[in-house]
Design a protein around this ligand. Sequence first.
Ligand SMILES: Nc1nc2c(ncn2[C@@H]2O[C@H](COP(=O)(O)OP(=O)(O)O)[C@@H](O)[C@H]2O)c(=O)[nH]1
Ligand SMILES: Nc1ncnc2c1ncn2[C@@H]1O[C@H](COP(=O)(O)OP(=O)(O)O)[C@@H](O)[C@H]1O
Length: 185
Amino acid sequence: MSERPRLTVLSGPSGVGKSTVVAHMRKEHPEVWLSVSATTRKPRPGERHGVHYFFVTDEEMDKLIANGELLEWAEFAGNRYGTPRAAVLERLEAGEPVLLEIDLQGARQVRESMAEAQLVFLAPPSWEELVRRLTGRGTEPPEVIERRLDAAKVELAAEPEFDVTLVNTSVEDVARELLALMDVV
Ligand SMILES: Nc1nc2c(ncn2[C@@H]2O[C@H](COP(=O)(O)OP(=O)(O)O)[C@@H](O)[C@H]2O)c(=O)[nH]1
Ligand SMILES: Nc1ncnc2c1ncn2[C@@H]1O[C@H](COP(=O)(O)OP(=O)(O)O)[C@@H](O)[C@H]1O
């Protein structure tokens, strides 16, 4: 039996390329299960309920938290995000690799509650490139970008807390490295 951790957390600043890397990886390995988070953020064009996120109201999020239905949750740049607990535990019990794409505060909570989790930090090649990617994505207005860049400074400083750092220069390379860390290939 594999000794590798089965729960992998991918974190990194907004705009570094987490979603892009995960989408690339799952195109070739659809068997890799990614947890779908609940969020109070409004959907971006093209985002679908139940696929990218479960888009919930503030009241619904209050209930999920109060009922202990989230494995972890955090407020990020003015919205709340959380990982539904039941689906993750089901997959882990079935022995399947599980991937969470969550922020630094969430990663810290997972480390506390699941010591066997593997924490992976996705870093940008440079600060300038991070700004370029976040701005170039064109999904947020300037004041939201500013807020996310402030959060990015805190997240970049926390990189040493992670087990592994991958630098997102090439999406293909990072996707391959992540699969290897998850013991999928
Ligand atoms: N703690 C926590 N963070 C999450 C969760 N889902 C998403 N996030 C993080 O929230 C941050 C903002 O996500 P999002 O609004 O989709 O922006 P994007 O990452 O720039 O595309 C990112 O760092 C996500 O990884 C979750 O369930 N829990
Ligand atoms: N390795 C890369 N090289 C160049 N651009 C990238 C790379 N990875 C992602 N991007 C681009 O950067 C932007 C932010 O990526 P995204 O996956 O939305 O980031 P995140 O999920 O971390 O917020 C997108 O426009 C994406 O196409």
